[in-house]
Design a binder for this molecule. Sequence first.
Ligand SMILES: [Zn+2]
Length: 311
Amino acid sequence: MIKEEKIEFTAKWCKYSKYNIEKKDDKFYIVADKNAIPSTYDPFEIRNQILKDLLVIGKESVGNNIFKLGDKKITIEAQSKMEEFQKIVLEFVSNYGLLGNFRYLPENYDFMDNGDIPVNLGYNTSISALEFEKKYFWKDSKIDWSKTMKSNDYHRNTGLDDYFKQTEGDRLDDIIFSKNYTETISEIIDFATTIYNIKLLICAYLYDDVSDDIKEIYKNSITSHSLKKCNISYGIENKQIKFKWNFMSLSEIIETILLLNETSGRTEVKLCKHCGKPFIAKNIKAEYDTIQCRNRENINKSRQKKNNFIE
Ligand SMILES: [Zn+2]
């Protein structure tokens, strides 16, 4: 479908051969191993797998009992300290790399030239440029953290000088693929819950048994969600002008994969109608991840019919 429309995707993402979990100031970070080797891949070639695996993290988080205790932020922070969550997040990053939130979260990149500008993270939160940089690059021991990063620091982290020389490959000299670049387990869980909640809303909206009034509420929530970054540009190849998507973070790649999944007329990544588990449908009409779930749902339906009849 995508090929027929001739939309050019220039997604290339980097991952390392090994990641570790490191604790700093009571937060858990995912860090590339000192001896790990970088490589690139095209996320669109395995887009269903990435989306499904992220939805699994989102479902685990939203469905986890402590989620119901209150504030989402506090809950996710608590989950990031739990072994089961650390394990699935580390597995996700080992398979697909870090999200690239250093490029995804800020509303603009001016702070890279001017350290005084606060970084606007959207959703009414902002943070000073220094705090923002420190959060992602604390591993770089050569940086003087009394000020924001200088161009030298950027160069060193992008592999443009000898201190951190990257191997050959597309985009491997990007700052978010530096070995000094880290992300917290909680921010990856947080992003997973956001994506899972949109998927859940779309499923609920399409569900037959929902009344029109409720559908209207779901509709408003779905349509008010806009993709954070677009990065659309013109691409020219063989003297032809093409629609080109330049992705700067795995987060926006995943947002786009979900959008395509829901709108292409071929929804391949689904949530099971019975147990809610994310799965990749081999048959486009499939509604359940397993035969057991389909049978259980049929039993529920026939019970309901019986009950309705008795009443
Ligand atoms: Zn199921």
